[in-house]
Structure formats: C-alpha cells, structure tokens
Design a protein around this ligand. Structure first.
Ligand SMILES: [Zn+2]
Ligand SMILES: [Zn+2]
Length: 157
C-alpha cells in the first residue's frame, strides 16, 4: 500500500503497488502540461529508501511512501504495523516479545532467533526463563521443607 505526497500535500489516493503510484505521478505531470512526463521523471533526482522514494524534478517534489496496514498483536491485541510479523507470519508486538519466556512464537512455537530477536531481546528472554526456573525451584524447596517439618503442602493453599 503506497501513497503519493506532492510537495506538502498528501494525495489521499492509496495505491496497491509502487508502479501504480509512479503512474499517478506521470499522470499528474501530464495534467500539469509537461511536454514529456516520462522524460521529466527519468531526469529527476531520485533517492530510494526502503519505505520512501523521493523524486525531485525541477518543479515538484514527490514522495512515494509505503504504508503498513495495521494488525493486532496475537497476545495483547494492540495494533502493530504489519511489517512486524514474525518468521512464522504471526504478529506479536515488541512489548509482548520482551515478556516471552522462550525465543519461540507463542502461538505456533516456531523458533524465532534472528529477525526481531536481537541479542539484547534474546538475553531478556533467557533471563525471564531463569527467573521462572528459580521461582519454581524455590517453591519446590519450600514445599519440601514444610513437608519435612510435618505440614501437608496441600492444606497450605
Ligand atoms: Zn502485544
Ligand atoms: Zn507463529
């Protein structure tokens, strides 16, 4: 999904492909009575980045901007950009990724190392996992101690 921005004015048109967006610019130049819109575009200065192409002709500046459709995080249901999909094509927001216990998709358990799982996030996930394990061990030890001194653990809850 793309849209075209002409100078500071955003064309509300939404294009499915970049090609359609460029054709719209050709059409725009044609309507402004440029002799040869295609030649004008060929001679324009272009700066292409991943999500935005800037095309500067002598008279106009165009921006072809890539929009992301928003999806819902499968865990917290907050909207997230559709380019945030995991390797397995599920959508999970960054906050939820940071709270994961294992570097795997919470929905399909696909291994998620790489892409969004940076070293920093990976350490955070491992740390979450360690904390869980330690809490469980402490809990088990406490129950064992209580049993040893004559309590029935099932009656303690
Ligand atoms: Zn979330
Ligand atoms: Zn998945």
């Amino acid at each position: 999904m793309f849209f075209v921005k002409i100078e500071e004015q955003i064309q509300e048109f939404i294009f499915d492909t970049k090609k359609e967006a460029i054709m719209y610019i050709v059409d725009f130049l044609d309507r402004k009575e440029f002799d040869d819109p295609i030649l004008t575009l060929k001679n324009a200065k272009k700066n292409n980045t991943e999500n935005e192409d800037i095309i500067v002709t002598e008279d106009y500046t165009f921006k072809v901007i890539k929009l992301f459709r928003y999806k819902k995080c499968s865990i917290c249901e907050e909207p997230i950009p559709s380019n945030m999909n995991l390797n397995c094509n599920h959508y999970v927001c960054k906050d939820c990724i940071l709270n994961m216990r294992k570097p795997e998709c919470p929905i399909c358990r696909h291994n998620l190392e790489g892409k969004f799982i940076t070293d920093e996030i990976y350490c955070k996930i491992l740390n979450n996992h360690e904390v869980d394990k330690m809490n469980e061990e402490n809990h088990d030890m406490a129950l064992a101690l209580m049993t040893a001194i004559g309590y029935n653990p099932n009656e303690l809850y």
